[in-house]
Design a protein around this ligand. Structure first.
Ligand SMILES: Cc1cc2nc3c(=O)[nH]c(=O)nc-3n(C[C@H](O)[C@H](O)[C@H](O)COP(=O)(O)O)c2cc1C
Length: 171
């Protein structure tokens, strides 16, 4: 699958098969995050790869929208230091989005589905993952082969109309 097809095929996958993901594919997905751009090349992020099923079950309880992590074959926790100021906080959030998307596209190209989850219970997420107090778990990205349907370019994505979103030259 080329990059354009991977961009069009990526979607949130929340149901996964029980097929494990090869370590080499997990490493490639992580490398996509590692290669991502960040403001001033700060790279404040750390990524925690989780493949242990009991830990994945535990992680699925940290947020009402994290249920899909229970059946994932792996999850990547995106961890950031507590930001010292508002500007760093903004930049870090932007950087996290870029790293997440790079990993999602790399996964899609391998046929691996990804599903974001936010974090509700930050203390519990930190405890499960052994993350130090001066860092926070920003998001989880569940990984697994889709149990619903394969990843194929989506012809009509559920999006606001293209011409409403795109402005050319001026607003
Ligand atoms: C910042 C962010 C947080 C999200 N949090 C969750 C979440 O907690 N649980 C979940 O199931 N999906 C979560 N999603 C997935 C979105 O609901 C999903 O990306 C959106 O509905 C568009 O669908 P698509 O990814 O299939 O194109 C999150 C997405 C983003 C970008």
């Amino acid at each position: 699958m080329d990059a354009w097809d991977a961009i069009r095929a990526r979607r949130n996958v929340r149901r996964y098969t029980s097929t494990p993901i090869p370590d080499s594919d997990l490493d490639r997905i992580l490398e996509a995050g590692w290669r991502s751009p960040s403001a001033r090349n700060d790279q404040h992020w750390d990524f925690v790869l989780v493949t242990d099923h009991a830990a994945l079950q535990d992680l699925s309880t940290v947020w009402m929208g994290a249920g899909h992590i229970a059946a994932a074959q792996a999850a990547i926790a995106l961890v950031m230091p507590q930001p010292p100021d508002e500007r760093t906080k903004l930049m870090d959030q932007y950087d996290l989005g870029q790293a997440t998307m790079a990993m999602a596209i790399a996964a899609t190209e391998l046929g691996v589905g990804t599903g974001h989850s936010a974090i509700g219970d930050e203390d519990r997420a930190r405890a499960i993952l052994g993350v130090p107090d001066d860092h926070f778990v920003a998001y989880l990205l569940g990984l697994g082969y889709p149990a619903d349907r394969p990843l194929r370019p989506i012809r009509k994505p559920n999006r606001r109309p293209f011409d409403e979103v795109v402005h050319r030259g001026r607003w």
